[in-house]
Design a protein around this ligand. Sequence first.
Ligand SMILES: Cc1cc2nc3c(=O)[nH]c(=O)nc-3n(C[C@H](O)[C@H](O)[C@H](O)COP(=O)(O)OP(=O)(O)OC[C@H]3O[C@@H](n4cnc5c(N)ncnc54)[C@H](O)[C@@H]3O)c2cc1C
Length: 426
Amino acid sequence: MAIEDDVLVIGGGLAGVTAALAAADEGTQVRLVTYKQSTLRHASGLIDVLGYTPDGEGPIVDPFDELEELPEGHPYERVGVDAVRDALEFFDDVVGDAYAGGHTDDNALVPTHGGTVKPTARYPSATAAGVASAPEDTLLVGFETLPDFEAPLAAAHLEAAGAPFEARGVTITFPGIKRDDAKVTRYAHLLDWDESVDGTTGARDALAAAVSDHLEDESRVGFPAVLGDDHPEEVRADLEDALGVEVFEVPMGPPSLPGMRLEDVLYSALEEKGVRVTSGVPVVDYETNGDPGRIDQVIVDRNGADVPHHADQYILATGGLVGKGVSSEREGVFEPLFDCYVPHAADRYDWFVDDVFGDQPYARFGVVPDTELRPLDEDDEPEFSNLRAVGGVLGGYDYAAEKSGGGVSLSTGYVAGKRAAKQVGE
Ligand SMILES: Cc1cc2nc3c(=O)[nH]c(=O)nc-3n(C[C@H](O)[C@H](O)[C@H](O)COP(=O)(O)OP(=O)(O)OC[C@H]3O[C@@H](n4cnc5c(N)ncnc54)[C@H](O)[C@@H]3O)c2cc1C
């Protein structure tokens, strides 16, 4: 007997969660099945809509000025500009005060741990005081045991990039941490619980004291994104009180605390909306019941037992080459679950170019959707009438070069969720 739902989403990253929330918002019964950790926990926590054009022009000030110019087949062209705006509004409603950037269409320039500035549309509130367009002199603080963030170097890069403020960087000891293999969560939890670091002083006061020795005329202090996991606002507020200046976080590479916090907010929203989440198990197969153009049920591998799940509508949100939603072997590139068509050159030496930072064909590998986001076969016909695809599994865009990953996942997830829900029972 198959487990029944109206809409079944496969994949629990930003795209899948958005699709599930949007479908549940329409009153349908939704299930999300996800296998391994998504890129949410690895990504910076920033939501990029469009930082650079496909030709590399940018940084873009207002992404909405460029969306209409994108080539046919780009996911934003498939869903349309209004859908991008609606999806961002939907995201703002879901995450509330945890994020900023919704007050304008313009990208914000956010300092990164490498000392570059990144154009992004939505950023954690913890990062807001560090936006590079604000002409506030800045002290960046790094920790000896966290070599991923070289504060003096990052500050020098910011100045070299022409930031409208003075930036200085210092490297200090993080109170209570001696080893350089401590997880970012260890820093965060020391601050969350204000654990004593020397028998009397709490971690927050100890950190503030260590920083205040270096503070000169700066009006804001930037730290690597480790300022609390469960109580980030409180940690930041206490540091601001103690230092008397604004405090912000600089997004880091994986593992990313802002990414983990975003995942927590999104999964709490799934629970609130009554979405059934089945995690840690893969969808391994599907069946059609007499109509090859319509998915009847999918098979979930639960520790070796094949469990059938039936839904009216299905959403493929399995990610790109990173999430294994798109796979490659010597013979070709393919979508492993439904075998949807993935256009690519016959010769695998044409899948890449020698210049690592060049325009890489593989970065755009993925399924080709129609304007309903249904994957198309080689004859431009929908592979299945009740299957849509979203996020990283889609082709036609290079999210790393364009800085468009989160925006595409939100927009296509939102559209697919809404449309799938409206189609239930048709
Ligand atoms: C290191 C890194 C940094 C990034 N930084 C940014 C950034 O700063 N800004 C930005 O906007 N974007 C960024 N991105 C891109 C962005 O975060 C996402 O990768 C993108 O939005 C795609 O998300 P997704 O939900 O489609 O896929 P994923 O996040 O890859 O999630 C896919 C999920 O599907 C699951 N899955 C796969 N196959 C199956 C199956 N058969 N059954 C069940 N589950 C399955 C996977 O286990 C995974 O959990 C970054 C990505 C990476 C990797």
